[in-house]
Design a protein around this ligand. Structure first.
Ligand SMILES: [Zn+2]
Length: 549
């Protein structure tokens, strides 16, 4: 098996991701299946691969681990790290390895349209690229008006403008105070103005939906929650991903990649830790801390993913609350970091940042990034010098400034190290799958053609089949069930052919084994009595042949 090497020189376009995943599936058909989770608004496939050792069972019969990245358009690192996970899982496969027991569903680019916009144009975008039917008067539609292949910023001279050149670095714009010397400007995304009234009261057109505020749990509309969307799961890409999650009740673990300042994030996204039952919180923290050590990232609950001194966050319709409260998972997001982290300008908490904040203040962080870039010329350029341009509507302006997709991601070299760590973390989390097995299975003659079938069902994995205490209460995870399927001519003497169990905790976590016992009458010539099937969702589905001696 010759596994195609994952390109790691630059972020991949949608077609390149699809073609890489198809190549991976073609190189290892015994492990990889290419599929799609659905279709984006603009008609692109949302690519997915299923990775498991098919020889040891189908994906739906195994505990499954879902990884998805690049929900936010310019958080391209998420795609790359998820692709890295897929590549490594295939490349490192050995018999007896994790793919024998666990199936992985990997969706590297949840937002193909947004990522394509970010990659090909840069520009300002959070998630969706679609617009209202009619652009509002005085709104800007982003357009590459100077034809340099990038959507940057326009600085427009205005004596009453809200911005000025940064006193420490005149390449940067800063919000003016009464002490900032002029000249003053307004700063807008590069583009053309719809139905312009001649003023500089301009907005950016388009729908500023944040796909990580569009999940179902505790969804709130604008303005209570910025970016909420029209209603929960109004965004087709997120809705199709949720449909996939709901249809795959064997998923026991979910991990998503973003590119905020480096952190391991866990639930809750609103409220406080008191909202999480104690037993879950303890386990959740242990898992998060373990990941934090592997990545060498700090660990915080989402509601504390904020800068020093800021109030706690209260995110509605956020993935973590959905993943934990609506799906019952120990859901994780890894904020992989971005150019600021690379330049050691961390968000919040860190000592470095605290000191930095006291020294110069939050608004000035990009000065440091720019200074750091000047000293590291091999790094991707996050700022484009301002250039004079004659705007067809605004007249003489300048175009240039920060390049969002570069600022929002790490340089590829660093991302490779982070990806290698992510692989270790994924494997660590994957080991914790529930596993429901039957031990001591025996078929014994009791005389007169009657046989007794006995065995014991137990969860020999780590997580409960209901994963969390929240999960055990949801009607989502399949409760283990033992079914006897008898061969022709074999008669059941016991009352029922199946045993419905409640969720099984692992034996390492005070779980208990469930004894099975059936009596059957078997004609002389029948050697195989039938099959015992254990259907356990996150704990897998297993079939045992029942033979008499
Ligand atoms: Zn994000």
């Amino acid at each position: 098996m010759k596994v195609p090497v994952l390109p790691f020189e630059r972020f991949l376009l949608h077609d390149e991701i699809v073609s890489y995943l198809k190549k991976l599936a073609a190189a290892a058909p015994e492990l990889v299946e290419y599929a799609s989770v659905g279709t984006s608004r603009d008609g692109r496939e949302i690519p997915m691969v299923t990775i498991t050792n098919k020889a040891t069972g189908a994906d739906q019969d195994k505990p499954a681990f879902l990884i998805f990245g690049n929900v936010h358009a310019d958080e391209l690192s998420g795609s790359q790290v998820a692709l890295y996970n897929a590549w490594q899982l295939v490349k490192d496969h050995k018999d007896g390895g994790i793919l024998d027991k666990v199936a992985f569903y990997i969706v590297p680019r949840t937002n193909p349209d947004g990522a394509e916009f970010s990659l090909t144009a840069t520009g300002v975008i959070r998630s969706a690229v679609h617009y209202e039917n009619e652009p509002l008067p005085n709104s800007i539609t982003q357009a590459d008006i100077d034809g340099n292949g990038m959507l940057l910023q326009m600085r427009v001279p205005n004596p009453n403008g809200r911005y000025a050149k940064h006193p420490k670095d005149d390449r940067l714009m800063t919000v003016r105070t009464d002490k900032t010397p002029g000249p003053y400007y307004d700063v807008f995304p590069e583009g053309l103005i719809n139905n312009w009234d001649g003023s500089l009261e301009l907005t950016l057109d388009g729908r500023h939906v944040d796909w990580n505020r569009n999940w179902t749990y505790d969804w709130r509309p604008e303005p209570q929650q910025w970016g909420a969307g029209d209603y929960p799961l109004s965004e087709p890409e997120i809705r199709q991903l949720v449909d996939f999650m709901t249809a795959h009740r064997n998923i026991f673990q979910v991990l998503s990649y973003h590119t905020g300042g480096r952190r391991i994030l866990r639930a809750p996204s609103s409220g406080s830790d008191a909202d999480v039952p104690h037993a879950d919180l303890k386990q959740y923290k242990e898992l998060a801390n373990e990941m934090g050590e592997i990545f060498n990232f700090p660990v915080v609950p989402v509601y504390q993913y904020r800068n020093v001194g800021d109030p706690d966050l209260n995110l509605r319709g956020h993935f973590h609350n959905f993943g934990y409260f609506h799906q019952g998972w120990y859901a994780f997001e890894v904020e992989l970091g971005q150019m600021c982290d690379e330049a050691e300008m961390y968000f919040g908490f860190d000592k470095t940042y605290k000191d930095f904040q006291m020294e110069v203040g939050w608004d000035d962080k990009y000065c440091h990034v720019l200074a750091w870039q000047d000293k590291n010329p091999d790094m991707p350029k996050a700022f484009v010098p301002w250039k004079k341009f004659n705007h067809p509507q605004l007249g003489p302006i300048e175009i240039g400034g920060p390049c969002p997709k570069v600022l929002r991601n790490h340089p590829m070299k660093r991302l490779k190290t982070i990806s290698a760590n992510s692989q270790k973390a994924v494997l660590k989390l994957a080991e914790r799958h529930p596993e429901v097995t039957v031990s001591g299975l025996e078929v014994a003659a009791v005389g007169g053609g009657v046989y007794r079938i006995r065995g014991e069902v137990a969860n020999t994995g780590v997580f409960s089949t209901g994963i969390t205490s929240v999960g055990k209460g949801l009607n989502k995870f399949i409760k283990p069930r033992a079914e006897l399927h008898l061969a022709k001519g074999v008669t059941l003497l016991s009352r029922r052919n199946c045993v419905q169990m409640g969720h099984l905790d692992s034996m390492d976590n005070w779980g208990s084994a469930v004894p099975l016992e059936w009596f059957v009458s078997v004609p002389e010539k029948v050697k195989t009595l039938g099959e015992l099937k254990i259907i356990a969702g996150t704990g897998g589905t297993k079939t045992y042949k029942l033979r008499r001696k």
